[in-house]
Ligand binder design. Structure first.
Ligand SMILES: Cc1ncc(COP(=O)(O)O)c(C=O)c1O
Length: 388
């Protein structure tokens, strides 16, 4: 008898949905000549000095487990980076853990804090992995649809949601945001922090795009409410290191002891050579993002104007490398069907806004982490499609 192992799978795992982003990208990947603007993958190489540090580490046989929290050298460099850039004060020995990307940090944090039925607040549209992880933990996501507030969470709205959900355990924030590119100025961050400071909420703040902030400097919410914040950052976006899998989670020391426990059970430690490369990135590459930022900003300005001209209304992103645009009125407002048609007929790959939760339908996400030449060709194709 062959046992039906599928029946033994945990219902929470069966129920958890993977992000539509990858599914949709794969679905359209085979379309010949497609210009793919779907993925949040920097199109720059990892900086030379970072690669050299990893190569030297491998050649020096740095091939053993490290401390679970990460090499002290890496944690120290990460803490120094956060201090220099964002005025954050974390002790590398007790308050920082190096993870396999922010993705692992997210998993560890939710595993550490979230029980079935817990209510977790999150402004949407949002990075869909959070929703999937909450499903896996059988928690209840409370979506705060920000579509009518220019995709920003306002202090007043936050207060309303807190009053409506007095038992909420945590709020997940992400700024600069995927998929909208929205961020907050210092005053706005301070005002949100002031509201949250009056609650006992855990604040999970995913600031992975902090270095890709345009027109203003990034302010971390951890600067104002460190005692209730778990801060996520990493090297995937700032240093074009998605494949190296380096994330940083920082927070109060007692909380980090529990986080480190779960991290140890999941992965023991992050690959040693990657950690040594990460130390080089944080320590010697503090401004590695600067050149990339200039290029992203140029593309952002181009795409913002070009798409508005075509009728894809969109606001100027303040960070990250995505633009969230309204599907022109004359087209099917079902974003999945619209993106499928655009992929097939215009040969341009966009992500349906519906992938990002409440407030996303009727929009598309466009990644400008691709060359200017490809963006111009994509705009030309969209123009022909819109006018055709
Ligand atoms: C908001 C956000 N958080 C986290 C991640 C994942 O980052 P990492 O590569 O560090 O796992 C991404 C990647 O797209 C993201 O957009």
């Amino acid at each position: 008898m062959t046992p039906d192992l599928m029946k033994k799978i945990k219902p929470s795992v069966k129920a958890a949905r993977l992000s539509d982003i990858y599914q949709f990208s794969e679905k359209i990947a085979d379309i010949p000549g497609l210009i793919n603007l779907t993925l949040g993958e920097p199109d720059f190489p990892t900086p030379r000095h970072v690669k050299d540090a990893a190569i030297a580490a491998i050649n020096a046989d740095q091939s053993h487990y490290t401390a679970t929290r990460g090499l002290l050298e890496t944690r120290t460099a990460a803490a120094q980076f956060l201090r220099n850039k964002y005025q954050l004060d974390y002790d590398p020995t007790t308050q920082v853990v190096i993870t396999n990307g922010v993705t692992e940090a997210m998993y560890v944090a939710l595993e550490t804090f979230v029980n079935p039925q817990d209510e977790i607040l999150m402004p949407t549209p949002a990075f869909p992995v959070y929703d999937s992880l909450l499903e896996l933990n059988e928690a209840r996501l409370v979506e705060i649809n920000t579509a009518n507030d220019q995709f920003q969470l306002t202090p007043a709205r936050l207060q309303t949601e807190l009053a409506a959900h007095p038992k909420a355990k945590a709020i997940i924030l992400n700024f600069p945001a995927n998929p909208t590119g929205v961020s907050y100025c210092r005053k706005q961050v301070q005002e949100l922090a002031a509201v949250l400071a009056k609650t006992d909420l855990l604040v999970i703040s995913d600031e992975i795009y902090s270095e890709l902030t345009y027109d203003q400097t990034h302010t971390s919410i951890a600067e104002f409410i460190p005692a209730q914040t778990l801060l996520f950052n990493g090297l995937s976006k700032s240093h074009a290191m998605t494949g190296w899998r380096i994330g940083v989670v920082a927070g109060p020391a007692d909380i980090m002891t529990e986080i480190a426990k779960v991290h140890e059970l999941i992965s023991t430690s992050v690959m040693t050579a990657a950690q040594i490369a990460a130390a080089a990135a944080f320590r010697d590459g503090e401004d590695d993002a600067a050149q990339m930022r200039v290029e992203y900003e140029r593309r952002r300005d181009y795409l913002h104007m070009a798409l508005n001209d075509l009728g894809f209304a969109n606001q100027l992103p303040q960070g990250a490398f995505y633009l969230f645009a309204k599907i022109p009125q004359q087209f099917n407002q079902n974003s999945y069907e619209f993106c499928l048609e655009v992929a097939r007929k215009a040969r341009v790959g966009l992500i349906p806004g519906s992938s990002f939760g409440a407030g996303g339908e009727g929009y598309v996400r466009i990644s400008y982490a691709t060359s200017q030449a490809k963006l111009e060709e994509a705009v030309a194709r969209l123009k022909a499609y819109v006018n055709g």
